[in-house]
Design a binder for this molecule. Structure first.
Ligand code: UDP
Length: 244
């Protein structure tokens, strides 16, 4: 892969790593990777690697934090110290705390939490290797792990990052593209059945036309990724699907 070069597209319009404008990096999903957990998943998205473990629903402690109307999702996004070029301090930083907050809120839109009042559902996601897009990689893993834990869900959370680099709209930005002088990074997560957006962040300017165009690209990608998520879950629970 070409690194540290200030170009983003070749003459044929291919990106620096050979991808097309709206081509995602390869995605691999696995469910049921941690026996100790109630549900777990592992996701590779290009170089990104995330492992998620779900514990619960279980008693909320401290008790005064319990919600009598529904379960509370506590989401812990963490980057392993060895996952990035400059050692990551293992102490959770502001970035990890912010990502945990917005991702937990996104998952809470998908899970039927009213069925488990007063309980906690703890979702731990560790990034083992990172190259931009890790919050979405983590969220895919967390969503699969929740389903693997048997938590009823109205939909899976699917997501992608879209944006801009080198003057063009692109999807699934790599670190090289996120660092472009004109980069716009727009991680987005959806419930693909209803098109409900459950996470959206944006760190640069887009025109309304660009925004609408790239949103449509993201919507399509989310549906494709959701199909992959469903496939891997069906495989995991194939005996329960009666061949359906
Ligand atoms: N990154 C890093 N060190 C850090 C945090 C992030 O090297 O402490 C890198 C990592 O490759 C990450 C990328 O910067 O994927 C982009 O980070 P961002 O905050 O945009 O989140 P992400 O795109 O991973 O969701």
């Amino acid at each position: 892969m070409v690194k540290n070069e200030e170009w983003y597209f070749d003459q044929k319009g291919k990106r620096f790593d050979g991808r097309g404008q709206f081509e995602q990096r390869p995605i691999n999903l696995k469910v049921g990777v941690i026996d100790r957990a109630d549900g777990s998943a592992y996701v590779e998205w290009g170089q990104n690697k995330a492992v998620a473990a779900v514990y619960g629903p279980r008693e909320m402690l401290p008790k005064h934090m319990a919600n009598p109307n529904k379960a509370t999702i506590r989401y812990f996004y963490r980057m392993a110290p060895f996952s990035v070029p400059d050692r990551k301090n293992p102490k959770p930083g502001r970035r990890e705390i912010e990502i945990s907050k917005v991702s937990g809120e996104a998952l809470s839109r998908a899970a039927e939490l009213e069925q488990f009042p007063n309980t906690a559902i703890d979702v731990f996601v560790t990034i083992l290797d990172a190259n931009a897009g890790t919050r979405i990689t983590a969220l895919l893993a967390a969503s699969l792990a929740l389903a693997d834990a048997g938590i009823p869900m109205k939909d899976l959370v699917s997501g992608t990052s879209v944006g801009k680099a080198g003057g063009k709209l692109i999807s699934d930005l790599s670190k090289h593209e996120e660092d472009a002088p004109d980069a716009v990074d727009l991680p987005i997560a959806m419930l693909p059945n209803s098109d409900e957006v459950v996470l959206m962040q944006m760190d640069g300017p887009l025109t309304e036309k660009e925004f609408n165009e790239i949103l449509e690209v993201a919507r399509k990608s989310c549906k494709e990724i959701k199909d992959m998520q469903v496939k891997v879950l069906k495989e995991r629970f194939k005996d329960d699907f009666n061949g359906d």
